[in-house]
Design a protein around this ligand. Structure first.
Ligand SMILES: C[S@@+](CC[C@H](N)C(=O)[O-])C[C@H]1O[C@@H](n2cnc3c(N)ncnc32)[C@H](O)[C@@H]1O
Length: 186
């Protein structure tokens, strides 16, 4: 595994008060009651549990490649008690889900951590046709107080290019203070 995976000993920072509430994520890609969602690189579940409350009649797959993160997710799931969340350990370029399983995917601060963009082929495989993918990540073009070093980040334009290469249709893009976001359609 490469050296730029998020350090699980800093997991508390993922839930810090400084982080914006997930509402701004849902304002970009709305979660409906019966959505089946992949939260890829779910970390401690920053997005997983609010999404589970919105997709009451659906399901959230909280997937992460690091065992320590998966353990933390399982602990959080026990505390939260959500019945519609399933935690899964993935491989770098393999997601343990069948073809066309989910209709929405969120990748929040994950794209810059991928060792290999072929992980996005897997995202494409597990998504239903016309499903929506939202990527939000630290912008290489911005100088920020927090976040990963500039050399591991991507620009919004690079993210768009990668998604198009992986056969996602571009729906919308934008920027916040420190991040870019990109919405693609399967
Ligand atoms: C910076 S954390 C973000 C966690 C969460 N999305 C959030 O915003 O709070 C990035 C997470 O992506 C996971 N990750 C990195 N590469 C991955 C991959 N190929 N497949 C699944 N998870 C991955 C890391 O283990 C880490 O938990």
């Amino acid at each position: 595994m490469s050296g730029h995976k998020y350090d699980p000993s800093r997991a508390d920072c993922l839930d810090s008060e400084e982080r914006k509430r997930p509402e701004y994520i849902f304002s970009l890609l709305k979660v409906e009651e019966d959505d089946v969602i992949l939260d890829l690189g779910a970390g401690t579940g920053f997005l997983t549990f609010p999404a589970a409350e919105r997709a009451k009649r659906g399901k959230i797959y909280a997937v992460d490649v690091q065992e320590e993160m998966v353990k933390k997710l399982e602990e959080r799931l026990e505390e939260h008690g959500a019945k519609n969340v399933e935690v899964l350990l993935s491989e770098e370029t393999e997601i343990p889900l069948p073809d066309s399983e989910v209709n929405k995917t969120f990748m929040l601060n994950v794209l810059h951590e991928l060792d290999d963009f072929s992980t996005l082929n897997e995202v494409h495989r597990v998504m239903k046709k016309n499903g929506g993918l939202l990527i939000v990540d630290w912008d290489k073009q911005k100088v920020t107080k927090n976040g990963p070093p500039s050399h591991v980040r991507l620009t919004k334009e690079e993210a768009v290019e990668i998604l198009e290469e992986k056969d996602f249709k571009m729906i919308d893009t934008g920027s916040t203070q420190d991040h870019y976001w990109v919405i693609g359609e399967r």
